[in-house]
Design a protein around this ligand. Structure first.
Ligand SMILES: C[S@@+](CC[C@H](N)C(=O)[O-])C[C@H]1O[C@@H](n2cnc3c(N)ncnc32)[C@H](O)[C@@H]1O
Ligand code: SF4
Length: 410
């Protein structure tokens, strides 16, 4: 006999007419602004971000003009909405001068209402570090710095093709903390030939600075990268899992909460901008290849801007920055919400599903039943929260919601 769980999981999802007619929002989600700067000193062999080697100087003045024109073009789609956070990412935004970032932020403030306590983050590469420049970013209004350290081990920095050495990383880290206070370090693990002891030493080197936030990314081999073409010798899955366990235990003991798959923070120092993505908030992305997700009273749209910097500059000048613009379908929205929310250790209140997707939770009933039956999600009607097992097998958990395509009620 099938268990009650299996019976629920197999039952067709019958949705009422209101569910089929499109989303309905009583209030729109919080809004964040992402700004993409697509140039780096040198392309790293593992990176598939929309980043391009700046041959000579990046055209920063023309690009800031284009970003502000792009923002003006987007204003009708966010009219009257307050921006809760700004994230200037890349690429390597710290390649730009403090003057360019100052003009960019002044232009943003003049065009959209920025919350008085808005978190304003800039990504920086230690290879572009100058103390005066960091101080200039702070004076321009950047109040959080995300530093791409990757590793403090000289041999791993070389293997990763980084433009900076360990001393530069240390100097940038020390200056970032003294100038901004609110700082994240990006570190990667499961690096070529990395041992558990080496990863633990990297973490200890990072913890010596006591940054409020640490992001730990499992190095992944992405298509269209040099590492994909010439794969380096990576640690096996067992070693990678041992590194994760060791890192988790040390960070926990040092007072950091593992609040999201790759993110650890001291209390109250979680990244508000990224939390908004994981809680399925709205975001406007400006700049080359930037993605947006915007809600309106009766629909959610996703947009993509032209990816190549040269083409982006031309298309903005022509008044047409968008390469793609389309509504999120009912079939996709449940999966997209769960994909994000289940990355959070605490999950989200179940009521947030309807608030942020505009549809009732019944849309993902089959996935929830299957995840509960496998012990991947907590059995708590008020919460959508992964169990420890669900966090470990996150891909499997997320995949259960892919199949959740509702069938129409007869
Ligand atoms: C846009 S970059 C950050 C800033 C700057 N570009 C830098 O690299 O210093 C974002 C972060 O993604 C991570 N990352 C990039 N490619 C990755 C990959 N293939 N696997 C895992 N993490 C990756 C790195 O930790 C990197 O710092
Ligand atoms: S510096 Fe950062 S964005 Fe640029 S190529 Fe390297 S990892 Fe990618």
């Amino acid at each position: 006999m099938p268990s009650a769980d299996t019976a629920i999981a197999r039952a067709p999802i019958l949705v009422d007419a209101a569910t089929l007619s499109g989303p309905r929002f009583a209030a729109l989600p919080p809004l964040a602004l992402y700004v993409h700067i697509p140039w780096c000193l040198k392309k790293c062999p593992y990176c598939d971000f929309n980043s391009h080697e700046a041959k000579g100087d990046a055209p920063e003045a023309a690009y800031v003009d284009a970003l502000l024109a792009d923002l003006e073009f987007a204003l009708p789609s966010i009219w009257g909405r307050r921006v809760a956070s700004v994230f200037i990412g890349g690429g390597t935004p710290s390649l730009f001068s403090a003057g360019a970032i100052d003009r960019l932020l002044a232009g943003i403030r003049a065009r959209v209402p920025l919350a008085p306590d808005a978190e304003v983050t800039l990504e920086a590469n230690p290879g572009t570090f100058e103390r005066a420049k960091f101080a200039g970013f702070r004076a321009a209004g950047i109040n959080r710095l995300s530093l791409g350290v990757q590793s403090f081990d000289p041999k791993h920095l070389v293997a990763l093709g980084r433009v900076h050495d360990a001393d530069e990383a240390r100097r940038a880290a020390e200056a970032a903390l003294s100038i901004f206070g609110n700082v994240n370090f990006d570190l990667m693990y499961a690096l070529p030939r990395q041992t558990v002891a080496e990863a633990a030493a990297d973490l200890a080197a990072a913890l010596a600075f006591a940054p409020p936030h640490l992001s730990f990314y499992h190095l992944t081999i992405e298509p269209n990268t040099l590492f994909h073409r010439y794969p380096p010798p990576l640690p096996d899955d067992e070693t990678a899992a041992d590194i994760e366990d060791a890192v988790d235990a040390k960070l926990d003991a040092a007072g950091y909460r593992h609040y999201e798959t790759s993110a650890h923070a001291q209390s109250g120092r979680e990244c508000r901008h990224n939390l908004n993505y994981w809680q399925f908030g709205d975001y406007l992305g400006i700049g080359a290849g930037a993605h947006s997700k915007l809600s309106f009273a009766d629909r959610i749209v996703r947009q993509l801007r032209h990816k190549q910097p040269k083409q982006y500059l031309e298309q903005v000048a022509a008044g047409a920055p968008l390469q793609e613009d389309g509504a999120v379908t009912r079939e996709d929205v449940g999966f997209e919400f769960m994909l994000n929310a289940l990355r959070l250790t605490d999950g989200v209140p179940a009521a947030l599903f309807a608030e942020r997707t505009g549809y009732p939770l019944v849309l993902v009933r089959r996935g929830i039943a299957a995840a509960e039956a496998r012990g991947l999600i907590e059995r708590n009607p008020a919460l959508l929260r992964p169990t420890a097992l669900g966090r470990r097998f996150l891909n499997d958990l997320q995949a259960l919601f892919l199949a959740d395509k509702p069938r129409e009620a007869k």
